[in-house]
Design a protein around this ligand. Structure first.
Ligand SMILES: Cc1cc2nc3c(=O)[nH]c(=O)nc-3n(C[C@H](O)[C@H](O)[C@H](O)COP(=O)(O)O)c2cc1C
Length: 386
């Protein structure tokens, strides 16, 4: 079972190749971890995932997507995260976090309120929009505020924010760090020609557009030391007219790997919210697998694939086929947090040894009882048979 073989990344070993994809939960006040986060992330670790990546966590308050994002811009946010990492690690899983800065896509409402830009109604409720920053003064799409173009000096400060957040992440107990370089947020907006129209050393050529992300990678690597793996989530294709495609992303992946990135987490899209220029890819099963495979093959860097990975055999085959080194699951584990345990059973190991002993010692005998009843022809509805 490739899915349940360990993955070694620097000094960290993931016990299996199933990771929980970062998912914003909009359950935070002032960037603080809440009881919800502890339960939410803890149950994925109990569910058997080898890696649990906490949601996009802002390196600066202005880098929050919404007012309800988690943060690591302050030392005061560290103790809350320690509750999460202790629980995840105690369950045999590796605690990870995605550090992010939303850039020109910051200051919006939760998805169930259409992710719309914050306005005066939100301000009246105490959630005023804040100033946006970006490589160039171009809004993310209709209705979004105009971001200010970052000066070279502000870029240097921003690199320091990532560094400091990474130091806090390690001190909070995270053993895997991911940088959010996708979905149109700040790092991606520097990489893409759609959003980066600068004429200084941070814009123009592909090399110049890579400069800020590479500076962030170097700063974060310096902050976390040599032992902790660093992942970078890319948008393999920008998903907009005039945007980057997979060839550019293979090049970007190669450069990131040379700068100290260990895993390319392969996603797509988001560079604009303007649906009229949006050329998003079709959402089929494992819809990023072709991209994660190309990056893995052509850039020679380990990859994670994400997007409608839903089934144990599908996940196993993706790995055996060389599409990626690990799978990340998002919505599937919201539906079934015990998916990794269930996948192990589906692939032929029904020992229940991978479950927390408090669960496994009860579920193993139950499975044997259910098997006996099934063999005898008894079903849950037998008592109601005529
Ligand atoms: C509720 C929710 C929140 C998400 N938040 C993030 C996030 O914080 N960072 C990120 O890179 N992707 C985020 N995503 C995208 C997921 O990580 C994942 O890539 C996407 O849902 C596709 O995988 P799936 O089909 O397994 O859900 C989010 C997705 C969902 C459904």
């Amino acid at each position: 079972m490739t899915l349940f073989s360990p993955l070694h990344l620097r000094e960290v070993t993931l016990p299996n190749r199933i990771g929980i994809s970062p998912m914003c939960m909009y359950a935070s006040q002032d960037g603080q971890v809440s009881d919800f986060h502890v339960a939410h992330l803890g149950r994925f670790a109990l569910g058997g995932a080898g890696l649990v990546i906490a949601e996009a966590t802002a390196v600066h308050p202005h880098g929050r997507i919404s007012p309800f994002d988690t943060g690591l811009w302050s030392d005061e946010q560290v103790p809350g995260w320690r509750r999460v990492t202790a629980l995840v690690a105690a369950s045999g899983s590796v605690p990870g976090v995605q550090l992010g800065h939303a850039g020109r896509r910051a200051a919006v409402r939760e998805p169930w309120r259409a992710g719309a830009p914050l306005d005066e109604t939100d301000a009246a409720a105490g959630f005023a929009p804040w100033p946006l920053v970006a490589p160039s003064a171009l809004p993310a799409g209709p209705g979004h505020a105009m971001p200010a173009e970052l000066t070279a000096r502000q870029i240097a400060h921003s690199v320091q924010d990532w560094h400091d957040a990474a130091v806090r992440a390690v001190s909070a107990g995270f053993r895997f760090i991911e940088l959010h370089g996708a979905h149109g947020y700040l790092l991606h907006s520097f990489l893409s020609p759609v959003s980066n129209r600068r004429t200084d050393r941070y814009g123009g050529s592909a090399e110049n557009r890579l400069r800020y992300p590479l500076e962030v990678v170097a700063a974060v690597r310096d902050a976390i030391g040599d032992g902790i793996p660093l992942s970078f989530r890319v948008s393999a294709v920008d998903g907009a007219e005039g945007g980057s495609g997979i060839e550019e992303t293979v090049h970007i992946a190669r450069r990131l790997a040379a700068a100290g990135v260990d895993l390319i987490d392969t996603s797509s899209g988001g560079i604009t919210t303007d649906r009229s220029t949006d050329t998003r890819i079709r959402r089929g099963f494992a819809f990023h697998a072709d991209f994660s495979r190309r990056i893995r093959d052509e850039a020679g860097v380990p990859t994670a694939t994400v997007g409608l990975v839903v089934d144990a055999e599908q996940a196993e085959r993706l790995l055996d086929h060389g599409d990626a080194d690990m799978v990340l699951l998002g919505r599937q584990v919201l539906d079934d947090p015990n998916w990794p345990h269930h996948a192990r059973i589906a692939l032929g190991d029904d020992s229940h040894d991978s479950w927390d002993v408090r669960y496994g010692s009860a579920l193993g005998p139950r499975a044997r009882t259910l098997a006996r009843l099934t063999a005898s022809g008894e079903t849950p509805l037998t008592r109601f048979s005529p």
